[in-house]
Design a protein around this ligand. Structure first.
Ligand code: ZN
Length: 624
C-alpha cells in the first residue's frame, strides 16, 4: 500500500471511530440524563358492595394500566394495605420492636414513668382484623398467577407489558375494615362508623427508580395517577364523603342534591353512590349514619364539603372552621398555585389528621383550636401530596416539611394576623433531636427511622426548616417565587429532592448542591462562632460541619450599625441584600477574618435568628 492510500484508509478508520464514539457518547449521555420524564397511568373502575353489619365488602375492579416507561414489565405489584392490621403482620412486629411506639396503636399496661406497651394489633380477633383478599385476577381476560405476601400482591404477567402499551386487569376481591388502629377502621374514638382509607387493592408505583412495592409498616404512601370511577352500594342511612364528585346526587340526597330539583331515591335498602375523580393518586371515603353534611361554595368556585358527627360537642367548632378553610384555600391558591379540582371535603374520620386526594380525615373538634391547625395542615397537603406527589416513603420531609412550612405561615396569618414570615421558634424540635442524638438523615425511608420521634420531628420540623434555611440562604422573595415555580413545573408529577433544589437554584441564580446534601443527606449541624475581636478586626469560626453564608451586624462605638453578608464561595453569589457584601468564605477554611471601618462595640451573627445554629452562646460579642 502506498502512503496516500494508507493515509486515506487511516482517515476513514478515524472517521468511523469518531462516528462510533459520537454514537456511544450519545447513548451514554441519554442513559444518564434523567430529563425525559415519564410516569405510569391507572384508570380504575370499581363496584363495591358494603355490608355495614360485619364491616365486610366485596368488589370488582377493572384497572386499565398504561406502561409509559421505556421498560418491558414482566411483573406488577398491588398494595393490600389492610392485611397490616393482623396479629404478627410486619406492622405489628415493628410496633412491638420500636422503643417509642405510636400511643394510638398500643395499650399502656404500665405507668407513664414505667410504660409497658401492648400492641393493639396483636389483640385483634378474626372478626376485628383487616384484610384484602384477591379472589381472581385476569390480564386481558386470561387468569393470572399471583401470591399474597403480607401487604403486597405479587403478580406475574402472562404476557410481558411492552413500553407504551396498555393492559386491562380484572379483579374480584373482598375486604374487611379493621377495628380502628391507625388512619382507617371502624368506630374510631369519635365513633365514626367507617373510615375507608387505603381500602382497595392499589397498583404500586413504578418509576425511574423501579418498583416501589413497599410493605405497609406504619406510614406514608406513593400512588399512581389516574381516573377513578367508583360505585358504592351501602345502607341508605349512611352519608358518604370522600374523593371524587358524586355523579347522581338526586338519587342520593344526603346534602349532595340540588334542592331545587326533585329527589329520585330508590326503594332499596342500599343506595348506589357513583363517584368520579379525575387525575388523582388515591381514592378514599368515610361513611356514618349520623353525619351532618354542610356545603360552602368559595368565592373562587371550589365546593367545600364538611361532614362531621351530628352531636352537640362537635357542631360549634365544625361550623367555625368552614369560613377559615376557605381562607386557607385562598392562601394556598395565592402562594403556591390554584386548587385544580371542583371539590374538597373535610371529613371527621381519623385519628389526628390525614391527607387524601380531594379530602382529609380530621379527628375530634370540640373546640376550633383543637382542629384549625390540623385542617390547615391537611388541606396544605393537597399541594404537596396530591398535586406535587413526591415519593413520601423516601422523601417524607418534602411532603410533611413543605406542608408544615406553608400551613404554619397560613395559620400565622389567618388565625393570629401575623406577617407570614418563617419563625425561628419552630426550630426547637430539631434542636431537641440534635441534643439527644436522635437526628437521622432525612433520606432515611419513612418506616426505617430508629425512632418515631426521629421520623416525625425530622420530616415535619427539619423538613420545613429546609425552606426556612433557604429563606436565610437565598432570601424570602426567592423562596416565595420558588414555591410557585415548583408548582408550575411539577404539578401532577412526582418531583424529587433535586427537582426542588433546581427550582430554588433557577429562581435565585445561586448554587445549592451543598445545601441539599448537608441538610438532607447528612446529620451535620450548623455552629458559627465569633472567635476573636480586635479594635477594628473580627475573626469568625465555623465550628459545626455544615457551612452557611453569614449575616452579621456590627454596632460601632459611635452607636451606628452596619450589616454584613459573607457569601459562601460554593454558592457562586449572594442573596439580594442591603448589607455590605464581604469577600467569599470557602468551605474548607475553618476561620475567616475581616476589617471594619470603625471601632467595634458589639457583634451579632444572624441577628434575625433564621439560621439553625445549634449553639447561639458563641454568636455574640459585647465590648466590656
Ligand atoms: Zn402531614
Amino acid at each position: 500500500m502506498d502512503m496516500v492510500i494508507l493515509r486515506k484508509r487511516n482517515n476513514l478508520r478515524m472517521k468511523k471511530a469518531l462516528i462510533l464514539l459520537i454514537i456511544l457518547t450519545t447513548i451514554i449521555v441519554s442513559a444518564q440524563n434523567n430529563t425525559t420524564y415519564w410516569q405510569q397511568h391507572v384508570d380504575y373502575t370499581m363496584d363495591i358492595d358494603f355490608d355495614v353489619k360485619n364491616y365486610q365488602y366485596k368488589g370488582t375492579q377493572k384497572l386499565i394500566y398504561t406502561n409509559n416507561s421505556p421498560e418491558t414489565l414482566h411483573n406488577v405489584f398491588y398494595h393490600l394495605y389492610y392485611n397490616a392490621f393482623q396479629p404478627n403482620s410486619e406492622m405489628d412486629a415493628r410496633l412491638q420492636a420500636i422503643v417509642d411506639p405510636d400511643g394510638r396503636m398500643v395499650n399502656n399496661l404500665g405507668t407513664n414513668q414505667n410504660p409497658k406497651y401492648e400492641s393493639r394489633i396483636a389483640k385483634l380477633k378474626l372478626n376485628e382484623i383487616g384484610y384484602l383478599k384477591v379472589l381472581s385476577l385476569k390480564q386481558n381476560g386470561e387468569e393470572l398467577k399471583y401470591t399474597t405476601e403480607g401487604t403486597v400482591l405479587e403478580v406475574k404477567l402472562n404476557t410481558p407489558l411492552q413500553p407504551g402499551k396498555k393492559v386491562t386487569f380484572d379483579m374480584i376481591f373482598e375486604g374487611q375494615l379493621p377495628v380502628h388502629i391507625r388512619r382507617a377502621g371502624r368506630n374510631n374514638e369519635d365513633n365514626v362508623a367507617l373510615s375507608m382509607a387505603q381500602w382497595y387493592p392499589k397498583m404500586a408505583e413504578y418509576d425511574f427508580e423501579g418498583w416501589h412495592a413497599h410493605p405497609y409498616i406504619a406510614r406514608e404512601f406513593f400512588g399512581v395517577w389516574g381516573d377513578f370511577d367508583v360505585t358504592l352500594h351501602i345502607d341508605r342511612n349512611y352519608t358518604v364523603g370522600g374523593t371524587g364528585v358524586l355523579q347522581n346526587p338526586q338519587e342520593i340526597g344526603h346534602g349532595y342534591e340540588d334542592a331545587s330539583q326533585k329527589l329520585k331515591l330508590s326503594k332499596e335498602q342500599k343506595l348506589n353512590w357513583h363517584f368520579v375523580a379525575e387525575n388523582v393518586n388515591d381514592f378514599t371515603w368515610a361513611a356514618d349514619p349520623n353525619y351532618t353534611h354542610d356545603k360552602l361554595i368559595t368565592a373562587s368556585g371550589t365546593e367545600l364539603h364538611f361532614l362531621y358527627k351530628n352531636t352537640e360537642e362537635y357542631s360549634k367548632a365544625w361550623k367555625e372552621i368552614q369560613p377559615l378553610t376557605e381562607k386557607a384555600l385562598n392562601y394556598y391558591n395565592e402562594n403556591i398555585g390554584k386548587y385544580p379540582w371542583k371539590q374538597y371535603s373535610v371529613i371527621q374520620g381519623g385519628d389526628g389528621g390525614m391527607e387524601y386526594a380531594m379530602c382529609t380525615f380530621i379527628a375530634g373538634g370540640k373546640s376550633l383550636n383543637e382542629i384549625a391547625g390540623t385542617v390547615f395542615h391537611e388541606l396544605a397537603h393537597t399541594w404537596f401530596h396530591t398535586i406535587l406527589a413526591t415519593n413520601e416513603n423516601k422523601n417524607s420531609w418534602m411532603d410533611e416539611g413543605f406542608t408544615e412550612y406553608i400551613s404554619s405561615l397560613a395559620s400565622n396569618k389567618i388565625l393570629k394576623g401575623g406577617d407570614g414570615k418563617p419563625s425561628s421558634s419552630s426550630y426547637s424540635g430539631y434542636f431537641y433531636l440534635v441534643n439527644n442524638g436522635f437526628d437521622e438523615p432525612l433520606t432515611t425511608h419513612a418506616d426505617r427511622f430508629n425512632t418515631n420521634i426521629a421520623f416525625s420531628v425530622g420530616s415535619y420540623t427539619k423538613g420545613s426548616m429546609f425552606l426556612t434555611q433557604l429563606n436565610y440562604i437565598i432570601g424570602e422573595e426567592n423562596v416565595k417565587e420558588m414555591l410557585k415555580k415548583y408548582f408550575t413545573d411539577f404539578k401532577f408529577k412526582h418531583p424529587t429532592p433535586n427537582d426542588a433544589k433546581r427550582v430554588a437554584e433557577k429562581v435565585s441564580g445561586l448554587q445549592l448542591d451543598w445545601f441539599l446534601n448537608e441538610w438532607i443527606e447528612t446529620t451535620h449541624t450548623i455552629d458559627y462562632a465569633i472567635a476573636k475581636v480586635g479594635e477594628r478586626n473580627i475573626t469568625l469560626a465555623r465550628v459545626g460541619q455544615m457551612p452557611m453564608p453569614i449575616d452579621l451586624t456590627v454596632t460601632y462605638i459611635d452607636g451606628t450599625k452596619e450589616d454584613f453578608n459573607i457569601p459562601l464561595r460554593m454558592m457562586r453569589g449572594n442573596k439580594p441584600t442591603t448589607a455590605t457584601i464581604l469577600k467569599d468564605w470557602t468551605w474548607a477554611h475553618p476561620t475567616y477574618s475581616f476589617l471594619v471601618s470603625k471601632e467595634i462595640r458589639s457583634i451579632v451573627i444572624d441577628p434575625l435568628e433564621m439560621m439553625a445554629d445549634i449553639d447561639k452562646t458563641n454568636n455574640t460579642f459585647q465590648k466590656e
